[in-house]
Design a protein around this ligand. Structure first.
Ligand code: PEP
Ligand code: MN
Length: 254
């Protein structure tokens, strides 16, 4: 699913909201030729009054959509309590930016996945240095799972015109220090749907081994992060643009 030398694409809604939304999103993702489908069931929201996700019901909907459209699935594990349910049913375990330095969670995830060697997509904390990010990955690696994919998702700076500052410098820096694959989450890194295509191109050009975006059939109605979600009708165009840059670098798209 992830390796140096190819570009892995991941798309899907920020949050799983209901059956129709998840099925329609998965259908569009599969139709665009993307193989990995994302969707949050447990949402770590900044405000406790925002939609918190469907929880276990969301996991069931994600699994059904993945089976129906033959997509690999990725979802976030926010706490140890939900780890087993996710580990049994979902293909890739995401650790969110807000949990990058939750070392006990990282250790538990490493231990729980040490047998099945499931991929763990670890997001960079938005105020973490690259060294801290790599050391967080070590918690999983040293617990017995070598399959960690690092996800650059933007850091906090003084700039306010984008949600975060997408640190594409991190890609070549990490490549010097580590052999782990690096994926860039362009949606959280920019906060703007109209930046997804240009910054996906930039991430691939800078050497990313994958790109992740949020996509929604009706972003205006999204319960979470609609402003940074690509309307699913544009997923084909996104894949085409990613493929263009990947082919310049002689990299296949996964
Ligand atoms: C997400 O991927 O929906 C998410 C919450 O991302 P992050 O942890 O990077 O904020
Ligand atoms: Mn989101």
């Amino acid at each position: 699913m992830f390796s140096q030398g190819k570009v892995t694409l991941i798309a899907g809604p920020c949050a799983i909201e209901n059956k129709d939304q998840v099925m329609e999103s998965a259908r569009a993702v599969a139709e665009a030729g993307i193989k990995i489908f994302r969707g949050g069931a447990f949402k770590p929201r900044t405000s406790p009054y925002s939609f918190q996700g469907l929880g276990e019901e969301g996991i069931r909907l994600l699994v059904d959509a993945g089976k129906k459209y033959r997509l690999k699935t990725v979802t976030e594990v926010t706490e140890v309590d939900v780890l087993n349910a996710v580990n049994e049913k979902i293909d890739i375990i995401q650790v969110g930016a807000r949990n990058m330095d939750n070392y006990s969670l990282l250790k538990k995830i490493g231990q729980a996945t040490s047998k099945n060697k499931k991929w763990v997509l670890l997001k960079r904390g938005f105020s973490a240095t690259i060294e801290e990010f790599l050391l967080a990955a070590e918690y999983i690696l040293s617990s017995g799972n070598p399959n960690v994919v690092l996800c650059e998702r933007g850091i906090r700076t003084f700039e306010t015109s984008t949600r975060f500052t997408l640190d594409l410098n991190a890609i070549p820096v990490i490549k010097k220090l580590s052999t782990l694959p690096v994926v860039v989450d362009v949606s959280h890194g920019t906060g703007h749907a109209d930046m997804l295509i240009p910054m996906s191109r930039a991430a691939i050009a800078a050497g990313a081994d994958g790109v992740m975006i949020e996509a929604h059939p009706n972003p205006k109605k999204a319960l979470c992060d609609g402003h940074q979600s690509l309307p699913t009708e544009h997923l084909g165009e996104w894949v085409k643009e990613c493929r263009k840059i990947a082919s310049v670098l002689s990299k296949p798209i996964y």
